[in-house]
Design a protein around this ligand. Structure first.
Ligand code: PEP
Ligand code: MN
Length: 348
């Protein structure tokens, strides 16, 4: 079997930028891919693309290098072994993973100018900075509304200009990926595409941050490996999103797996948000589960909001009304305060 080895070159704390550049150039000159991973103490450089074993001594002899280590765990770029500080993903003015409470809100689908602007107005009044809305909708039935495509993206770009909101929206294939990269601020990869490896690789070549939703039957390893695909291509701005998994339970659309949050935090430096809208599918369950998500340590939540859910073109039963969204924001701020203070207390 062909083994693709991953090696991590750890620079000395005092290493100069030039020494880092020299290591990167050495790696690329022998046909391998270098992944620069800056940290506050020192820089590390991951090496991928090598078939067979690499000799650590080749890199340890380079000036400024502290050590070169083989990473044998399945998780490489996503793991704490490779990056010892939490990743903060910047989207517009928001820093996901910084400890701030992050809320992404908006309708399931972009339906019309009037509907999208009404929701944007309502959610931005609550101080949120990230707006969601689907222009490409992966639907169970080919006869259901599939999204407005590029026209929907243009509407979202208008929302950004009108309300100062950064845009998160889904791409479903290469064509939509390129358009989403052009119009939006963050690329969403949906649950159904979590193991669409060619799409993941293409998203890895984009320069916008990616929100990767957990597949509905993916275990944690598969979830993190999907993130690894994106990062292996050089895009390190990845946010994970738990959106519920399939179980036998029928009191909710999916089962929001909140225990994945501490499990993710143990294995990876990447931020994770939760989506209690798709996670429950039922309006009355969304706010309690959003509260629970923040309590369990998620970096944020994403929820669907609609001014007339009974008329929504998709996912009406799980959409919050603006007044409910306002209540949720208040509650999440209170819970987030408690959780932040707990973290500080236990760190002392
Ligand atoms: C969505 O967020 O619009 C969506 C379709 O979610 P998921 O991929 O989690 O089903
Ligand atoms: Mn939806």
């Amino acid at each position: 079997m062909e083994i693709w080895e991953f090696m991590l070159v750890v620079m000395r704390a005092q290493a100069t930028d030039e020494q880092v550049r020299n290591v990167v150039e050495t790696i690329t000159s022998i046909g391998l891919k270098a992944h620069e991973i800056p940290g506050s103490q020192r820089t590390a450089i991951g090496i991928t693309g090598n078939k067979g074993e690499l000799d650590p001594a080749v890199f340890e002899l380079l000036p400024g290098v502290a050590e070169a280590i083989r990473v044998s765990k399945p998780y490489k770029l996503v793991s704490w072994e490779v990056k010892t500080e939490p990743t903060i993903v910047k989207v517009g003015s928001v820093e996901i993973g910084s400890g701030d409470l992050v809320v992404i809100a908006g309708p399931c689908s972009v339906e019309s100018h009037e509907q999208t602007f009404a929701v944007a107005e309502a959610v931005s009044r609550q101080g949120i900075k990230l707006f969601r809305g689907g222009a490409y909708k992966p639907r169970t039935s080919p006869y259901s509304f599939q999204g407005h495509g590029e026209d929907g993206l243009k509407l979202l770009a208008e929302v950004r200009d009108a309300f100062g909101l950064a845009i998160v929206t889904e791409a479903i294939d290469q064509e939509s990926l390129e358009l989403v990269e052009k119009y939006a601020d963050m690329i969403q990869i949906g649950a159904r595409n979590m193991q669409n490896f060619s799409l993941l690789r293409q998203a890895g070549q984009m320069r916008k941050p990616v929100m990767l939703k957990r597949g509905m039957s993916a275990n944690l390893e598969e979830f993190l490996m999907a993130a690894e695909y994106i990062m292996a291509e050089g895009n390190y701005q990845v946010v994970l999103c738990e959106r519920g998994i399939r179980t036998f339970a029928d009191h909710s659309r999916n089962t929001l797996d909140l225990s994945v949050v501490p499990a993710v935090k143990k294995l990876t430096h990447l931020p994770i948000i939760i989506d209690p809208s798709h996670g429950t599918g039922r309006r009355e369950q969304v706010i309690p589960m959003a509260r629970a998500g923040i309590a369990v340590g998620a970096d944020g939540v994403m929820v669907e909001v609609h001014c007339q859910p009974e008329r929504a073109w998709s996912d009406g039963p799980q959409a919050l009304l603006p007044s409910m969204f306002a209540d949720m924001m208040q509650q999440l701020k209170e819970i987030h305060n408690v959780v932040s203070n707990l973290t500080v207390a236990s760190a002392k």
